[in-house]
Design a protein around this ligand. Structure first.
Ligand code: SAM
Length: 211
């Protein structure tokens, strides 16, 4: 993530988000067509949140992330949310998947969860905590996960293999996850894989539905 100049305050910026938000939205338009209240885990720069709230006006989009990201998410939600007149974009919850989730007030209304580029950053224990945490959301029916995945232990491209090595150099607990493991963790939450959609740059959107 880099920082770019902005007329009001400097907002965190990811070129990857600019590139992938269109293809991801194409999937979410269908996957979240019946959803009303989406919790995003690891909103990052909030570029996805703004884009998806804008193009999914029937959905209330709840951002969240770890402490360090909160100020940037608030800044983008306030500046761009205001400029675009978005009344369906919610300021971030401070949510670390390994800590108690601050969702008491919304646990019953959240019916969908979205997360992008998080499961390969998190350790395996954190990924398990992410799926365990979903059990608090009584009415969860849809889960969409964007990112790179391995199939039967194999990288899908040389660039993903290099990316995995880069991640592990930075943090030995990070790494591209096996789709089979993610499907298993989702199934423990009664979420079944409905669609596995190829995205540009060797990424996927995994769309799970409550069985
Ligand atoms: C590579 S960034 C992706 C951000 C954004 N979703 C995107 O696609 O650009 C990884 C994100 O995972 C979040 N993350 C990592 N560990 C986490 C944890 N334990 N709980 C919640 N979020 C976590 C980070 O805070 C960060 O927002």
């Amino acid at each position: 993530m880099t920082h770019s100049a902005h007329p009001s305050i400097e907002l965190p910026f990811s070129q990857a988000c600019e590139n992938n938000k269109g293809p991801i939205l194409d999937v979410l338009l269908q996957a979240f067509s019946q959803s009303q209240h989406v919790l995003e885990i690891g909103s990052g720069t909030a570029q996805h949140a703004v884009h998806f709230a804008r193009h999914l006006p029937h959905v209330l989009w709840q951002t969240s992330d770890q402490t360090d990201y909160i100020a940037g998410i608030i800044a983008r939600c306030q500046q761009e949310g205001l400029a675009l007149g978005l009344d369906n974009l919610r300021l971030p919850l401070m949510l670390d998947v390994t800590q108690p989730w601050p969702v008491k007030d919304i646990a019953k209304s959240i019916d969908a969860v979205f997360t992008a580029n998080t499961l390969h950053i998190m350790s395996k224990t954190m990924v398990e905590a992410f799926f365990d945490g979903l059990s608090q959301l009584d009415n969860l029916s849809t889960l969409c996960i964007y990112g790179p995945f391995n199939y039967q232990g194999q990288f899908t491209s040389d660039s993903n293999r290099q990316f995995d090595a880069f991640l592990k150099l930075r943090d030995s607990q990070s790494g591209i996850r096996d789709i089979e493991w993610i499907i298993e963790l989702a199934q423990q939450q009664r979420l079944s894989l409905n669609q596995d959609v190829a995205m540009p740059a060797n990424n996927r959107v995994l769309h799970f539905k409550k069985a």
